[in-house]
Design a protein around this ligand. Sequence first.
Ligand code: NAI
Length: 211
Amino acid sequence: MYKKEISKAVINRLPRYYRYLSDLLEKDVVRISSKELSERMNVTASQIRQDLNNFGGFGQQGYGYNVEYLHSEIAKILGLDRIYNLIIIGAGNLGQALANYADFERRGFHVSGIFDVNPRLKGLSIRGIEIMMMEELESFVKENSIDIAAITVPKSKAPQLAQELVNMGIKAIWNFAPTDLHLPKEVTVENVHLSDSLMKLSYRISERDKA
Ligand code: NAI
């Protein structure tokens, strides 16, 4: 769709633009200048212009940005103009917390199923979604068009599980297990490691304390 290769840094900033624009929409703000947006977001106006110019601009000289239009265009770029069916594998603390977080649905990520190996969890419901056993996974994936699998099992189990998911036809993995997954190139993996974020915070605390 876009001829130019978009840098990872720009893609990493888009969800934040989307979030700010969602807030503005909720407040019925119709338009915003890049200066105002930059002040709210604490990035330079030229950074915003440069980022959005990657996708053809969207702004008008002297008018700024139409919030609704920019919001919907960024949604399209981020692929948020459709529904994604998501399954969660591992219904422990983290898996249940993810399943309980209803806001993902608002963004178009529908939790279709939750799976675990522990028979004690069988039949338990989280936000109306029943936990199923792993034996049911393959047929569930076949019968429902599943776009994303979240991995919230122990680290030692994650690589094999990821491979099994790929064999079932899953093409996108949201990996929370603290291990790198080595999967075919056509499989998209997004790793989420809260502890990396905490380590960055502790680095900044120790730098501040040294100063
Ligand atoms: P937990 O022990 O509460 O839950 C793990 C669940 O996975 C259990 O219910 C267990 O029965 C199930 N399980 C084990 N093997 C399985 C398999 N082969 N297939 C399906 N289910 C299986 O653990 P918790 O605290 O929920 O953590 C889960 C994972 O998430 C761990 O790898 C942990 O390190 C990671 N984690 C990652 C965070 C992050 O920021 N990325 C934050 C917290 C945890």
